[in-house]
Design a protein around this ligand. Structure first.
Ligand code: SF4
Ligand code: SF4
Length: 351
């Protein structure tokens, strides 16, 4: 296996969903989408994942619970000793299916909460009752003994209530809180005005760095690659060495792993660097997934620091950050362009 082992794969097992969230990259709807992988294709895809390392599989959607064979797929992944996690929206979780998730080997669920109360969350999710539904789902997960993390997308609207959202997350008993930076693709492109500015971004990530120290809960800034630059800058100011003993797994990872240790497979088998970066890296019905992972020219570019343009190409934090390729693509039209929302001025001189 080459050094670019697949560590994590997000698999959109279906694009159908019972909600219509404002920021949805999949622009999901309740009716089934054409071309979804059938059970046989889905099972062989799991075999292919296994060939690329021992990735954690994120069963996502759409709403993964709307896929009829979902438990058979997870059960198969478990039989190959692959770790499975699931990203339901919570509203369709029942005690019965939560127990089934536990039985087939789901090790963690992530549930999104984007507002501190029903009004703000439901507004964002586009569905009255979504907040109550998510809380009810969480209760069932707890009863079934499945650990859960909360994901929150950062927008201008909820920026001011972050502390309150965190208190709610803590009260609910989540094992982790992941904050996501909005990437304007899919339905998210209609709410470009909700994107915080580069300066606000810098402030949130600095706040996040400090806030992390106040809790034992695992906090992670996801799809906010320059957090890993800020973490190192701040640690240096504080005289701290960045390693596993001081920053845990955050010291070992990279801001954007798209195409490097992570990828996304769509409901119809299109392989992409991530769900927000809709670049066709190969179709699993035409080429085995393992071959795509190994040889897609887009993946090879993402793994080559010399291919990056602008300041992300010569930045001394490139190795730990890399900038968000999806934001570069949607905001600048080039997935290798510099991250549009980074204020940093690299010290290295452009070669
Ligand atoms: S390109 Fe990287 S940082 Fe941006 S959304 Fe995708 S995985 Fe996240
Ligand atoms: S310039 Fe690019 S690589 Fe450097 S910190 Fe900013 S986003 Fe990351």
């Amino acid at each position: 296996m080459n050094k670019f082992n697949l560590r994590l794969v997000a698999w959109e097992v279906t694009r159908a969903c019972n909600l219509a969230c404002k920021h949805c990259r999949a622009e999901a709807r309740l009716e089934p989408f054409e071309g979804e992988l059938d059970t046989k294709e889905a099972l062989s895809l799991i075999d292919e994942f296994k060939k690329c390392g021992d990735p954690v599989i994120i069963f996502t959607g759409g709403e993964p619970l709307l896929r009829k064979d979902i438990f058979e797929l997870v059960s198969y992944a478990s039989s190959l000793e692959l770790r499975s996690v699931m990203a339901p929206n919570g509203t369709l979780v029942t005690l019965e299916n939560a127990r089934e998730m536990k039985r087939v080997g789901i090790q963690r669920c992530s549930i999104s909460i984007d507002g501190v109360d029903a009004k703000s969350h439901d507004e964002f999710r586009g569905q009255p009752g979504a907040f109550e539904g998510a809380l009810r789902g969480i209760e069932y997960l707890k009863q079934a003994g499945i650990p859960f993390q909360i994901n929150t997308t950062v927008t201008k609207q909820n920026l001011h209530s972050f502390k309150d959202i965190f208190s709610l997350v803590e009260k609910l008993g989540a094992v982790a809180w992941h904050i996501f930076m909005l990437v304007p693709t899919g339905r998210g492109s209609e709410i470009r005005d909700e994107i915080i500015s580069a300066q606000e971004y810098e402030e949130v990530l600095n706040w996040f760095y400090d806030f992390r120290k106040t809790t034992s809960m695992h906090l992670k800034a996801t799809c906010a690659p320059h957090y890993y630059r800020i973490m190192r800058q701040r640690a240096k100011q504080e005289g701290l060495k960045v390693d596993k003993s001081t920053f845990g797994l955050d010291a070992m990872t990279r801001g954007c792993l798209g195409g490097i240790g992570f990828c996304f497979v769509s409901h119809s088998g299109q392989v992409q660097p991530c769900g927000y970066l809709e670049l066709d890296c190969g179709q699993i019905r035409e080429m085995p997934f393992s071959k795509i992972w190994e040889s897609s020219p887009i993946f090879l570019n993402l793994r080559n620091p010399k291919a990056y343009k602008g300041k992300c190409g010569y930045c001394e934090f490139h190795r730990v950050c890399g900038g968000c390729r999806a934001r570069a693509y949607t905001m600048k039209g080039d997935y290798l362009a510099e991250e549009p929302l980074c204020t940093y001025d690299p010290k290295k001189i452009k070669a």
